[in-house]
Write a protein that binds this ligand. Structure first.
Ligand code: NAD
Ligand code: UFG
Length: 339
């Protein structure tokens, strides 16, 4: 199997590249490096001892994609490339729809031209909107409150139409819950370009002394301790879910569209995560209570039964391991790849 990883130099892409290589598959990375560093790919090569062909290109460039697909004899694609900051998507909707929706359309066109019909798409639990029941299974109604979420929903709908249009395509939509942690080597991990929007990289930067204190965004939710509850998932577990999804597509002979949650099925509150990180880094972390973040929901966690049933995948790592691995990465690389 030879897989093109669009956005493969990013956080989830690099971890997936390692798992694919370690399972005997070939990968080619295609990334415009708008939110990543070539150094991350070099580290993937060091960890795996394998060369990773890497193309600097934009998924909105059909010629560059067509070239990559044909020159490298690609038979499947994992489409990670896109922009992912919810707040930024509100102020830059055109950029978000262009990158995430238009980028996917151009990719599909290039794949069709090259007769590459197997695709895994990075979607998100954000498409469930405000949960009407928990845990969230894939039949839960979808909705979105921001351009980022809408871009994911639009792509999901486009993929459904593409699937109906011909018997060629085998498509898997993976809805990720909250990926955190880092490769156990401590050599690759999450490296936000700006002030982190997400809880875990923020906590890690406080622990390493780059930020003063954590803000707990809301302590009056209807949850056991009043703080938001999420389904945190080790990025290595998430990466292994992609290996399973691709291997399944590889063995399929007919057309298909499957939508699959990747989560642990367990929720943890913000305060629980802070405590787990304190254990991991061996120090107490300053935090203050702050108002709720607009658009946030109280609780969100997966029903991961379909992933187990279709992929034989379940998450292995617990919150303590996620925090220990995130800390190993952050403490060894306090300034991320720039250091
Ligand atoms: P990331 O920003 O680390 O990785 C995305 C990669 O895509 C980056 O390397 C970036 O340079 C590249 N990229 C962006 N636009 C591109 C373009 N037009 N052409 C080529 N490359 C481009 O993000 P990530 O956390 O690894 O997320 C990967 C995917 O998973 C994204 O689609 C994201 O929306 C989705 N997702 C992420 C999370 C999360 O919490 N990290 C949760 C749910 C879904
Ligand atoms: N939180 C804080 N302080 C912070 C940041 C977050 O208390 O500084 C809280 C939030 O209020 C929430 C929890 O920590 O209760 C998790 O917040 P994140 O920003 O880490 O994650 P979200 O669940 O809000 O969203 C993330 C991604 C989305 C994706 C979603 C589901 O940012 O793009 O997970 O995959 F859609």
């Amino acid at each position: 199997m030879k897989t093109l990883l669009t956005g493969g130099a990013g956080y989830i892409g690099t971890h997936t590249a390692i798992e694919l290589l370690q399972h005997g598959h070939d990968v080619v990375i295609f990334d415009n490096f708008s939110n990543s560093h070539l150094e991350a790919v070099r580290r993937v090569e060091t960890i795996t001892g394998q060369h990773v062909p890497t193309i600097q290109g934009d998924v909105r460039d059909q010629y560059a994609l067509t070239d990559a697909l044909t020159q490298h004899g690609i038979d499947s694609v994992v489409h990670f490339a896109g922009k992912k900051a919810v707040g930024e998507s509100v102020s830059q909707p055109i950029d978000y729809f262009d990158n995430n929706v238009n980028g996917t359309l151009v990719l599909l066109r290039a794949m069709q031209a090259c007769k590459v019909f197997k695709l895994v798409f990075s979607s998100s639990a954000t498409v469930y909107g405000t949960p009407s029941y928990l845990p969230l299974d894939e039949r839960h109604p979808t909705s979105s409150t921001n351009p980022y979420g809408r871009s994911k929903l639009m792509v999901e709908e486009i993929l459904a139409d593409v699937h109906h249009s011909s018997s060629n395509w085998a498509l898997t939509v993976l809805r990720y819950f909250n990926p955190i942690g880092a490769h156990p080597s401590g050599c690759i991990g999450e490296d936000p370009a700006d002030i982190p929007n997400n809880l875990l990289p923020y906590i890690a930067q406080v622990a390493v002394g780059r930020r003063e204190h954590i803000q707990v965004l809301g302590n009056d939710y209807d949850t056991p301790d009043g703080t938001g509850v999420r389904d945190y998932l080790h990025v290595v577990d998430l990466a292994r879910g992609h290996v399973k999804a691709l291997e399944r597509l590889q063995h399929l002979t007919g057309p298909e569209l499957q939508t699959i949650n990747l989560g642990t099925g367990q929720g943890h509150s913000v305060l629980e995560v802070i405590r787990a990180f304190e254990q991991a880094c061996g120090k107490s972390l300053p935090y203050i209570m702050a108002p709720r973040r607009p658009g946030d929901i109280a609780s969100c966690y997966a029903n991961p039964a379909r992933a187990q049933e279709l992929l034989g995948w379940t998450a292995e790592y617990d919150l303590a391991t996620m925090c220990a691995d995130a800390w190993r990465w952050q403490s060894a690389n306090p300034k991320g790849y720039r250091g």
